[in-house]
Design a protein. Structure first.
Length: 404
């Protein structure tokens, strides 16, 4: 494992961090603690020393699970990071209420890295209006937090404004082969690094879309360049190649992810990629940009939709149609059309706008859902869905009667 330094504190952080947003889950949607414990133990034994979580991850279970895990003996081997959720802060007193709950959940007196979560213009202004710097200064001076930072989903100008507004120790940005010029982008990365602010990277694989079910042209381009090198290795190495990057977070949900990523991180120093390899990634990027319709990462921050739309699934199927040249009409109907009694297709959207403020990618969700509706539902879809939903409800009622 390679380590890079956080300049303000001198901490040596593993270049691979463990993201606590995508732990394996049970069929009931809870974190599968046995499996997740195995993943964390393996990662820590192999040198990973940074675990990132947040108040909302896994519906609030992530912090508590990590607290239980670390209370069994590994606390001193890792740095813990968690985040202040802007959506729950309405008064200055809320900072302490939330922070104290996080300390309790994590079963610790000290949080090593503490972030303001998901800054965009709206969240930033809200924090400023509620005197967030007083709170940050207080938790740092008391020793309850060692490093202060923020995670970011706004535009480049806002990123620079925020960087200049406070003596941050670190920042966390979305950065991957498709996002070098989105959000903070490479310009923001360089801006922070030049001020000795450590840069942590999230969404290095864009929620898995840079490694799962790839377009044929992408696979062929990678394979022609270095036979056998996986898309995940390409994507991660491309990020670690940048000298301003301190650490890359990966939400590893399977043991294979952990062992692969640890192997990739073994000898990855800045500048390790050749110019030819960088050109390969450039070619892959242009293939994606030609094919992808909606830049959704599947993060689910936009859910729940009050009208039941499964927003990420709608976009996933829509993208699959173009990225993978798949015929997705049947899947769309089966998964979103109400066969389970709960329709969740795109045309249920009434453009209420509730989801918009939550999307870190600034996707115009209602507008894109209209495009999905037009493309995937067609004139016959609605009546078919109505019949399917009615049939599913009828079947459910019969089952309940038989049980009763
Ligand atoms: S705009 Fe559409 S998708 Fe978004 S919350 Fe409202 S109904 Fe749901
Ligand atoms: S639409 Fe936005 S918030 Fe919703 S899953 Fe996609 S990227 Fe995340």
């Amino acid at each position: 494992m390679e380590y890079r330094k956080v300049k303000s504190s001198g901490d040596e952080i593993s270049i691979l961090g463990f993201g606590g947003m995508r732990f394996p889950t049970t069929s009931g949607g809870k974190i599968d603690e046995l499996k997740a414990t195995e993943l964390l133990k393996t990662a820590i034994d192999q040198g990973v020393n940074y675990i990132d979580t947040a108040y909302f991850y896994h519906g609030g279970q992530s912090e508590s699970f990590i607290g239980r895990f670390l209370s069994q003996g590994d606390r001193s081997r890792v740095k813990i990071a968690t985040k202040m959720p802007p959506w729950l802060v309405h008064h200055e007193k809320d900072y302490d209420l939330i922070f104290n709950e996080q300390l309790r959940r994590l079963q610790t007196d000290v949080i090593d890295y503490y972030l303001l979560h998901a800054l965009n213009r709206e969240n930033w202004e809200k924090f400023l209006a509620l005197d967030v710097f007083a709170f940050l200064n207080r938790i740092k001076q008391s020793g309850q937090v060692k490093n202060i930072g923020f995670s970011f989903h706004g535009d480049r100008e806002l990123f620079k404004e925020i960087i200049d507004a406070y003596p941050w120790d670190f920042c966390q940005i979305q950065y991957n082969i498709l996002d070098a010029y989105n959000q903070a982008g490479v310009e923001g990365l360089d801006y922070a690094a030049a001020r000795d602010i450590a840069v942590f990277i999230m969404e290095p694989l864009r929620g898995g879309s840079l490694v799962n079910r790839l377009p044929k042209q992408v696979l062929e381009t990678y394979e022609a360049a270095v036979p056998g090198r996986t898309p995940a290795e390409w994507a991660l190495k491309w990020i670690w190649d940048h000298e301003g990057v301190t650490m890359v977070l990966s939400g590893m949900s399977e043991m294979q992810h952990v062992t692969d990523n640890i192997a990739f991180a073994a000898h990855m120093t800045p500048g390790a990629l050749s110019d030819t390899e960088r050109q390969v990634v450039k070619a892959v990027k242009s293939i994606y940009l030609d094919l992808q319709r909606v830049p959704c990462t599947g993060c689910q921050y936009c859910l729940p939709c009050p009208f039941g739309v499964d927003i990420p699934r709608c976009f996933d199927l829509y993208n699959s149609k173009y990225l993978l040249e798949q015929k997705v009409g049947t899947f769309y109907w089966m998964q979103l059309g109400g066969m389970n009694g709960k329709p969740s297709h795109a045309s249920l959207c009434v453009s209420c706008g509730k989801c918009l403020e939550h999307c870190p990618q600034s996707i115009n969700i209602p507008l894109e859902l209209k495009a999905v509706t037009k493309d995937l539902e067609g004139p016959f879809m609605k009546p078919v869905m109505k019949v399917a939903t009615g049939a599913a409800k009828g079947y459910g009622a019969i089952k309940r009667k038989l049980k009763g």
